[in-house]
Design a binder for this molecule. Structure first.
Ligand code: FE2
Length: 301
């Protein structure tokens, strides 16, 4: 992966920094926007339960054609009734068009699925779980590597530093670097999320957040070429508290008593939250990142 020069790194001002590459591209007869060298990648926010899986099936196949997507990453840690992933729900997500399923703090909720995390399927759990934990946090498919790490601020304790682990995984790829590196950072705190984006800027193609289920309006390409968004959002029921039935969550807040959370009722209005990242595979850096959000009423399905 090439590093992108920054204003101030060398003599010249911001204008020169922006214009010089364009002149270089013209001189060589190619453009950063040649489709041949562009990879169009979709990263989809947490799939929540049945409404989320239905929404994925309804939206993703059409989007793949419409946007000419080359690669799709889906966060699936809430796909099985909000808690983890099963063989059946993973199959549904792959059938809908996912190339990789990433995870998070709920990945181990479905005990029967834990052995599958060490199998052939490209299903990830965060890479910074302690050594010896089942599963893997990085996968490489063709030109693309996907890294999954989990935050440590307002999140379950006991995990290794996502910064140290992500850095190590990227260093381990240096002998045979993939064209594209995507990072799903599963975390609660916006500050931790932003910090990892800046830490990895110029070394990976994208750092995107999952876990909060609330899509953020801060898509940007960082100065050295890494696409970033604080959170992708969720794919699931609109009339809910981040995917769960409103009465279950309210009961917890109003009584402070334990209450099982159920995914909000299906069918009804549902949302699909994702970002599309356009990467120049020669540099591994992002040309652009934009939100791809869709809403449908599943009662019409
Ligand atoms: Fe999560």
């Amino acid at each position: 992966m090439l590093d992108r020069a920054l204003p101030g790194d060398s003599p010249g001002d911001l204008v020169a920094w922006r214009v010089a590459p364009l002149i270089a591209w013209r001189g060589q007869g190619w453009s950063p926007h040649d489709r041949k060298w562009r990879m169009k990648i979709l990263m989809v926010g947490d799939i929540v339960g049945k409404p989320g899986r239905k929404m994925l099936r309804r939206v993703l196949p059409e989007l793949k054609r419409e946007l000419e997507l080359d690669f799709v990453v889906v966060n699936g840690e809430n796909a099985a009734a909000g808690f983890g992933t099963t063989e059946g729900t993973a199959n549904e997500m792959f059938d809908a068009g996912a190339d990789v399923i990433s995870g998070g703090n709920h990945t181990f909720d479905q005990r029967d699925f834990i052995p599958a995390l060490d199998g052939e399927w490209p299903v990830l759990r965060p890479a910074n779980y302690p050594e010896g934990t089942p599963g893997r946090g990085v996968v490489r498919i063709g030109k693309v590597a996907v890294i999954n790490v989990q935050g440590r601020v307002f999140m379950p304790e006991g995990l290794d530093s996502p910064f140290v682990v992500a850095n190590r995984l990227i260093e381990e790829m240096e002998d045979d670097p993939p064209a594209v590196i995507l990072v799903d950072f599963h975390t609660e705190a916006t500050s931790e999320q932003a910090a990892l984006g800046w830490y990895l800027d110029g070394r990976v193609s994208a750092v995107v957040g999952t876990h909060t289920h609330v899509g953020t309006a801060d898509t940007k390409v960082l100065p050295r070429g890494t696409a970033f968004v604080t959170d992708l959002g969720m794919t699931g029921p609109v009339n809910s508290v981040i995917g769960s039935r409103v009465e279950d969550v309210l009961a917890r807040f109003l009584t402070a008593m334990p209450r099982r959370l159920n995914v909000a009722e299906d069918p009804g209005p549902a949302q699909f939250n994702a970002v599309m990242i356009d990467v120049d595979e020669r540099s591994g850096l992002a040309n652009s990142i934009e939100r791809v959000d869709r809403f449908l009423d599943l009662r019409d399905a």
